[in-house]
Write a protein that binds this ligand. Structure first.
Ligand code: FE
Ligand code: CA
Length: 524
């Protein structure tokens, strides 16, 4: 590493979030600026490997979305069996090109199961920061424990990512990102009071715009530290493309699905380029399948779901646009309960039920974007209101899933969700209309990393009619930390002291346990 690269590397990692891109933007690209200001990441672990990620850039938010680079760059990657890279377990050469904004996805295989590895990239005499990652245990291995940290909803303008730094400090085996990793919109002057740190970027609607959103986030030292600490499993929600979109339908008046698909494809491409996910995910043409199944020995099996791409449109939409999420009654909107509506798309539903029928690990974990258990505003009678952007907008699809859980009986189903900027501990009922029906799964909803929560008083006033919701709090920001053993799952709701403080402290709001064989969480 050159002295210049070293100096820049130090500045990028320690010199603060805003300073680094600005310093890099003026003048250093020509001088051979530091190529790794976006850090490194790994993900989608298998028993013999994982995906290693980086994206080269010298000017992370260059207006053309190409990071200040032009032609192809040769990059060497190394996987160390030890953190000093004394013994290399694997290595190779790849070409970073502008077609994928100089992002790299190295799918390493042939490694040993259930152990840590270290990795780094080298290009033009410069070395990236090193990351730590892990292979999954062998499918039949008796893994005794797994620690995972679970994030959703990190709005850059709303505050600092100290929660990500605390997640890294927990030394997890795995991190989960459940959506709204970026937000596409930029607040206007009328909402300036809500902006803790500005993007300096307009709303993302194009490939360059989305690429720059991700690049800006990846300059954040807390987020870089988390990605370098453990492999991740990432899915999206709506804001990776556009607020409240549903399948091929946007809420923007006058924008038809044919036009929206172009924007959606740009958002999906930037997501793929920015996340350590496997290339097989990209082979769908206009569609980008990201749902996947990841096994962690005999301990856990993850079904990572896509609850946006294949959905039916928002219920009771009119005109050629899809409409937005609404609060509706069944009297005013009987479309909501139409059995032809789907949340996952029928293909993904079939894939999921087939997987649930054959899963055999001790814990069955559904990582997905939106609150599943349901929230009714009212007593269930005709005047009861429902928010349609969650599973409550797709009750027939939810019935099919809860019936699949009840009949296929996968071991200990636990649903992990995001989106609502609040902590919830829920029983997922066989029949969401009947709080007395069987509990078929436990649900934990994690609060946002930074995004502002919904009205606490407003939601608490609905809780007497929702006895399946055991806990709710929208007043805190943070994440979930989950320890799994064959007998018990322990979930901690972790809260940060102040979203406006880049060095916010951490405390535990409360703790929940789920015992194997008994669905539903208990306060610990
Ligand atoms: Fe969100
Ligand atoms: Ca969302």
């Amino acid at each position: 590493m050159s002295a210049l690269a070293r100096a820049l590397s130090r500045r990028t990692l320690l010199g603060g979030v805003v300073a680094a891109p600005v310093v890099l933007r003026f003048g250093l690209a020509q001088a051979g600026g530091f190529l790794f200001p976006l850090g490194v990441a790994s993900g989608d672990p298998s028993p013999d490997g994982f995906v290693l990620w980086t994206r080269l850039a010298v000017d992370p938010v260059a207006s053309d979305g190409l990071g200040g680079l032009g032609g192809p760059v040769e990059v060497r990657w190394e996987v160390g069996a030890d953190e000093n890279f004394k013994t290399l377990a694997a290595s190779g050469q790849v070409l970073a090109t502008s077609a994928s904004a100089h992002s790299l996805h190295v799918e390493v295989s042939g490694l040993r199961p259930g152990r840590p590895y270290w990795y780094r990239f080298i290009a033009q005499g410069q070395m990236s920061p090193a990351g730590r990652t892990l292979t999954a245990p062998a499918p039949q291995a008796r893994a005794e424990s797994l620690r995972m940290v679970v994030a959703s909803c990190s709005n850059w303008e709303s505050g600092y990512f100290s929660a990500y730094g605390h997640m890294a400090d927990e030394a997890p085996d795995l991190s989960l990102f459940l959506g709204d990793y970026i937000y596409e919109y930029t607040r206007g002057p009328e909402r300036a009071a809500d902006v803790v740190r500005p993007y300096g970027l307009e709303e993302a609607t194009t490939l360059a715009g989305y690429r720059n959103r991700y690049a800006l986030h990846r300059t954040d030292p807390h987020l870089q530290r988390l990605h370098a600490a453990a492999p991740c499993l990432a899915i999206w929600d709506d804001h990776e493309v556009h607020d409240d979109y549903s399948g091929i339908w946007t809420k923007t008046p006058g924008v038809a699905p044919t036009d929206f698909l172009r924007r959606r494809a740009a958002g999906y491409q930037a997501f793929y380029e920015s996340m350590p996910i496997r290339r097989a995910r990209l082979d769908g043409g206009l569609e980008t399948p990201i749902h996947r199944r990841v096994r962690y020995g005999r301990l856990a099996e993850f079904f990572m779901l896509d609850g946006r791409q294949h959905r039916s449109r928002q219920p009771c939409s009119t005109g050629e646009t899809g409409g937005k999420g609404q609060i509706v009654t069944d009297a005013a909107c009987n479309d909501r309960t139409d059995p032809s509506r789907t949340f996952l798309g029928f293909q993904q539903e079939r894939w999921l039920y087939d997987g649930l029928a054959r899963s055999e690990a001790a814990w069955t974990i559904l990582g997905q974007n939106l609150v599943m258990a349901g929230l009714r505003f009212g007593d269930g009678g005709p005047e009861t209101r429902y928010w349609t952007d969650t599973w409550d907008g797709f009750p027939a699809a939810r019935d099919r899933l809860t019936q699949a859980l009840a009949t296929l009986k996968p071991n200990n189903p636990v649903v992990l969700s995001g989106d609502y900027h609040s902590f919830w501990t829920n029983d997922v009922k066989l029949d969401a209309r009947d709080p007395a029906s069987t509990t078929v799964a436990t649900e934990f909803v994690g609060t946002s990393i930074t995004s502002t929560g919904p009205s606490y008083q407003g939601l608490m006033s609905a809780m007497p009619n929702n006895p399946h919701i055991k806990f709710f709090d929208s007043r805190v920001r943070g994440y979930m930390s989950i320890d799994i053993t064959p007998k018990v799952m322990t979930t901690r709701y972790q809260q940060i002291s102040d979203v406006r403080d880049p060095a916010a402290s951490l405390s535990t709001l409360n703790r929940w346990t789920v015992e194997a064989g008994r669905p539903g969480a208990e306060a610990a």
